[in-house]
Design a protein around this ligand. Structure first.
Ligand code: NDP
Length: 400
């Protein structure tokens, strides 16, 4: 079918690349390009001989539009799958515009110096992508990603109107370390140490970090504490789900994680303000990232399951209705299949599916779109086929 350029070679990219190689009818050729080329070469060596997909590698600084444009012009991909960091979204979108190549990512743009993620920067590209006749698919991971697809699917098949969405992200995994983050520590800690917020009656309601706590009994995992966080898909779902009254996002955290985080915050280690250390400027959070376990190393040690999904409340044929869609994923099963834990797996699989649907034309429309703006059905089928089967419940326990 075609060629994909994959940028980044970290935890999520590694899973997406394994999945592209399982799906070699669609991904006939891929180029893995990242800042550290040796990681790309190591993955290519691991996969070659086990897949029909032809793999090449390249070094690229994705902060440089010029380097990206040269790479795209050399490789001539049908799609660019951005699995680097949110800081690189805009330069990669610029390079896609310059070369008229479709664009897919899993996280919205965040300026490196202001821990604030919003869609406004990427939505500003709508007209330019439309004029260039190319598609940008934003947020094709799990959350954002599958949560948006679940919402579009619920609206299409189960409801006339959705009024309330609670997104519940539960990680019941245990890696045995007192403190580690399951994906890029810098991105993760920026996310969880920020103020919380939710959407209600047409506006944002802000909370203190971790101020709102609930307990939920998750299928496959059990009872967990979960905390309300700001999360990026709330912003796009608030616009794209007509009749919505409230959207909240909850993530589970264990007490040990929270105690460590509080302590690190109290001593200034989670700050993104540069400080001088022995004559050199360093960012405390980046230094912390360097001393924490590499998320990629957690795979073999992590046991347990994740359960991520959405509880919907709304109306069908004039009657109140509730509906819950979720996926359960087992850390060790993921590790056996692709050598990564479930957090990377649950993001990398939807990234491959999004790239596939854009590449094969199913999801092409010129412009910049969030995932819930496309027909959810082909994505839902692909989730079942490619390792993230979903479960539905018509009688879920609600979050108060
Ligand atoms: P990692 O830190 O493991 O990987 C990031 C990769 O990007 C690394 O290979 C890194 O290179 C590369 N990179 C960083 N800067 C540049 C640059 N300037 N030029 C080229 N390559 C660069 O992160 P993850 O795999 O955990 O996360 C990847 C993305 O997925 C992030 O945007 C994250 O926010 C998103 N995500 C989305 C989720 C969802 O559900 N939607 C869930 C989890 C993550 P190097 O090896 O040299 O460091």
């Amino acid at each position: 079918m075609g060629k994909a350029l994959i940028i980044g070679c970290g935890g999520v990219a590694s899973v997406a690349i394994h999945k592209c190689c399982q799906n070699s009818e669609v991904f006939e050729e891929i180029c893995i390009a990242s800042r550290t080329k040796s990681k790309c070469d190591a993955l290519k060596n691991e996969l070659e001989g086990k897949t029909k997909t032809k793999i090449s590698t390249a070094q690229v600084d994705a902060n440089s539009v010029e380097q990206l444009v040269n790479l795209i012009n050399d490789f001539k991909p049908d799609v660019v799958l951005n699995l680097a960091l949110p800081y690189q979204d805009l330069t990669i979108m610029d390079a896609c515009l310059a070369t008229k190549t479709h664009y897919i990512d899993t996280a919205n743009y965040e300026p490196e110096d202001t821990a604030k993620f919003e869609y406004k920067w990427q939505w500003a590209y709508r007209e330019k992508f439309k004029e260039a006749g190319i598609t940008a698919l934003l947020g094709s991971g799990f959350d954002p990603g599958v949560t948006g697809v679940f919402s579009a699917y619920a609206l299409k098949h189960e409801f006339d109107e959705i009024n309330y969405i609670d997104i519940l992200d539960c990680n019941g995994g245990d890696h045995g370390y007192p403190f580690a983050t399951n994906f890029n520590p810098e991105i993760n800690i920026r996310e969880v140490s920020a103020k919380g917020s939710y959407w209600e009656d047409g506006h944002w309601v802000e909370t203190e970090p971790m101020e709102i706590k609930r307990e939920y009994n998750f299928d496959g995992v059990g009872m967990k504490d979960m905390y309300l966080l700001h999360h990026e898909e709330i912003e796009s779902l608030a616009l794209n789900i007509p009749g919505i009254k409230r959207i909240r996002f909850f993530m589970t955290f264990g007490q040990s994680y929270l105690t460590h985080l509080k302590c690190l915050e109290n001593v200034g280690m989670t700050s993104i303000e540069p400080i001088m250390y022995e004559g050199k400027e360093i960012v405390p959070l980046q230094f912390l990232k360097a001393v924490l376990p590499d998320p990629a190393s957690l795979g073999p040690r992590t046991v347990g399951k994740t359960n991520i999904g959405c509880i919907f409340q709304g109306k069908k044929d004039g009657k109140d209705k509730t509906y819950y869609l979720y996926n359960i994923c087992d850390h060790q099963e993921c590790y056996k299949e692709v050598g990564s834990q479930a957090i990377s797996y649950t993001t990398g699989v939807p990234a491959m599916i999004g790239a596939m649907l854009v590449m094969n034309g199913t999801w092409q429309k010129p412009g910049v779109y969030n995932i819930e703006e496309f027909d959810p059905d082909p994505f839902m089928d692909a989730l079942n086929k490619w390792g993230l089967p979903w479960i539905e419940s018509h009688n879920p326990v609600l979050v108060d």
